[in-house]
Design a protein around this ligand. Structure first.
Ligand SMILES: [Zn+2]
Length: 254
């Protein structure tokens, strides 16, 4: 029989959790460079694109003045990305994916603004209620499709990320990123979790950087540089993804 007196509580419990997270982070940093060729390279490109996004968010090259709405979107995506990277190193894969899903929402919104500049003006002046109604992730995807543009983050990817990482349901299994579908509550490195999180972050991050470079109206050389780095990141993304991992596990079990 377990005795509750053996289990740390209060500050002691928090420090136990933080120690486990620190260990998981150290192990993940040692593991990642050995997870094939693409994932380590993707992580390096993630760092470069995050650096560019940080500069886009903080008027590094030029301050356009005005309401800074696009800069703030870049800043939100940058902060989401910082946290997504930290969480994947802590073994919090579901939570990292939830943030990449949020970056994807920003990516689709910015994509809409690049193909329909009037949508940016409409959004800029919108009440909270109108934003919820007319610029929900679903509505943004529909507006893009109506303009004959495939959303950067497809309905399929968004739904999978929502089910896996955001909304709880009867099939929710926390931190289950392994072929056996085993859940974890403590921080534990899982190679497939790392790969899926790196790749699911890289996609929307590259999109936000590229679209942001266009929307910010940066000078031609800076814009080209950002677009090139975003493209390099996008083309280096590996095959492990939220759209493929379940099928991959199923083929291993069959
Ligand atoms: Zn500024």
């Amino acid at each position: 029989m377990n005795h509750d007196t053996d289990v740390p509580e209060g500050r002691d419990f928090l420090e136990l959790v933080w120690r486990q997270e620190d260990e998981c982070q150290t192990e993940t940093d040692a593991l990642l460079p050995n997870l094939g060729k693409k994932a380590p390279a993707t992580m390096v490109h993630v760092g470069t694109v995050m650096s560019l996004l940080d500069r886009m968010a903080s008027c590094w090259w030029v301050c356009r003045g005005g309401d800074h709405r696009i800069e703030y979107l870049c800043g939100r995506a940058f902060n989401n990305a910082r946290a997504a990277v930290r969480l994947l190193r802590f073994g919090c894969y579901d939570e990292s994916l939830a943030l990449s899903r949020a970056i994807g929402e920003t990516a689709n919104l910015m994509q809409l603004f690049t193909v329909d500049r009037s949508a940016l003006d409409e959004w800029r002046d919108a009440t909270d209620q109108k934003v919820r109604h007319d610029f929900s992730p679903y509505k943004v995807r529909k507006r893009l499709e109506k303009l004959s543009h495939a959303p950067v983050i497809t309905q399929e990817r968004y739904a999978l990320l929502s089910t896996r990482a955001t909304h709880v349901g009867p099939h929710t299994v926390p931190q289950s990123h392994n072929v056996l579908g085993i859940p974890f509550s403590r921080s534990q490195p899982q190679a497939e979790g790392i790969l899926v999180c790196v790749n699911e972050l890289a996609g929307p991050l590259s999109a936000v950087a590229g679209l942001g470079a266009v929307l910010l109206g940066l000078d031609k050389d800076t814009r080209s540089r950002i677009l090139n780095c975003a493209r390099t990141l996008a083309v280096n993304i590996g095959g492990a993804a939220i759209t493929t991992i379940d099928e991959f596990h199923q083929t291993l079990r069959d």
